[in-house]
Ligand binder design. Structure first.
Ligand SMILES: Cc1cc2nc3c(=O)[nH]c(=O)nc-3n(C[C@H](O)[C@H](O)[C@H](O)COP(=O)(O)OP(=O)(O)OC[C@H]3O[C@@H](n4cnc5c(N)ncnc54)[C@H](O)[C@@H]3O)c2cc1C
Length: 294
């Protein structure tokens, strides 16, 4: 699975699928659910640590679902696998504003809804009108409103082990394409200066515990930049980024996250919660990193 993640880490899945349509995705998940099989949905793999021991179960990648439609002026619909940077650039060219923040977020629409992806003072929840969601527990597909999705910082009400985001509609006010493109370019350039783009990574590792105290500040102030476990390393450029120096394993990364968490706890008495999700086989000790207080 390594090649499907931005961290370039992950062993094989037992079964792997790339449905070509939303209907195919719904049928596949509903069928697996009825048979009591374990399944996982994979978007851009940009907020994910997949076990080097692989995934026992079925992994369904949404890369085939990339449809984007302007339904009416100011209303855009995108399928779950559409990539945010592509969507942001396409919207800008069409004079639709609101996605300028997303140009440097290498995820998909589905992953962005689950994570309430955001940057530069905005987030998916600011422009999302509705999302079409499969609830595998009831086998129903429902168009959920922004309010029903109950967005919070980097989360919403949906559980990726139960719900599948099929597509989403965005309200995007019209503006001059030159102005939107200028804002988009500005955000893109800022990222190039502040993020370690030369090494595989999965974006911010931990959530910011407080609006005025970022995880990056706490990790940096704990002297953790350049700390290494195996080939996993805390970035020197941005302390909340963990980079893969080459052939790092999920075990290296989990051990490094644990060290970052315990050092910040010791120094500041603050619990850091990972922003990343996990997929596949991890030991209880490794999973304890994800069991901190929210
Ligand atoms: C260089 C870099 C910069 C980043 N910058 C930002 C940033 O500024 N802001 C930010 O918020 N994030 C950022 N991220 C993190 C990441 O891109 C976002 O969280 C993104 O929304 C994840 O989307 P994805 O498709 O890659 O999800 P994945 O990593 O594939 O999956 C994440 C979770 O969502 C679930 N999921 C994915 N698709 C679906 C679906 N269709 N239905 C149900 N569940 C699904 C998965 O099962 C998993 O639990 C960055 C990452 C990188 C590598």
């Amino acid at each position: 699975m390594a090649r499907y993640t931005t961290l370039r880490i992950g062993g094989n899945a037992d079964y792997f699928y790339q449905p070509a349509s939303v209907q195919e995705l719904v049928t596949l998940v509903s069928d697996l659910q009825k048979r009591g099989e374990k399944w996982y949905v994979l978007g851009g793999g940009s907020n994910l640590l997949i076990s080097s021991e692989g995934v026992r179960g079925h992994v369904i990648r949404t890369a085939g679902l990339t449809g984007i439609k302007i339904l009416e002026p100011g209303l855009l619909e995108a399928e779950a696998g559409a990539r945010l940077p592509h969507l942001a650039k396409m919207a800008a060219q069409s004079g639709l504003s609101g996605l300028e923040f997303a140009v440097g977020i290498p995820g998909t629409v589905g992953g962005a809804v689950i994570m309430n992806a955001g940057a530069h003072g905005s987030s998916i929840s600011a422009i999302l009108k509705t999302a079409l969601v499969l609830d595998s527990a009831s086998g129903t597909v429902k168009e959920m409103t922004n309010e029903e999705l109950a967005f919070q910082y980097r989360r919403c009400i949906l559980d990726p082990l139960r719900h599948v985001v099929l597509s989403a509609k965005f309200i995007m006010p019209q503006d001059l394409p030159e102005l939107i493109e200028a804002r988009t370019r500005h955000n893109e350039e800022y990222r190039l200066k502040t993020q370690p783009i030369g090494f595989p990574n999965a974006g911010s590792t931990f959530k910011n515990p407080f609006p005025d105290k970022s995880a990056g500040f706490l990790i940096d102030s704990s002297g953790l930049k350049k700390t290494q476990v195996g080939n996993a390393c805390v970035s020197e450029l941005h302390a909340n980024f963990v980079i893969n120096l080459g052939n790092a394993t999920s075990h290296d990364v989990a051990a490094l996250l644990k060290q970052m968490q315990s050092t910040v706890k010791e120094k500041f008495d603050i619990d850091l919660t990972p922003e990343w999700k996990t997929m596949g086989e991890f030991s209880d000790d490794e999973l304890s990193v994800w069991r901190t207080k929210k």
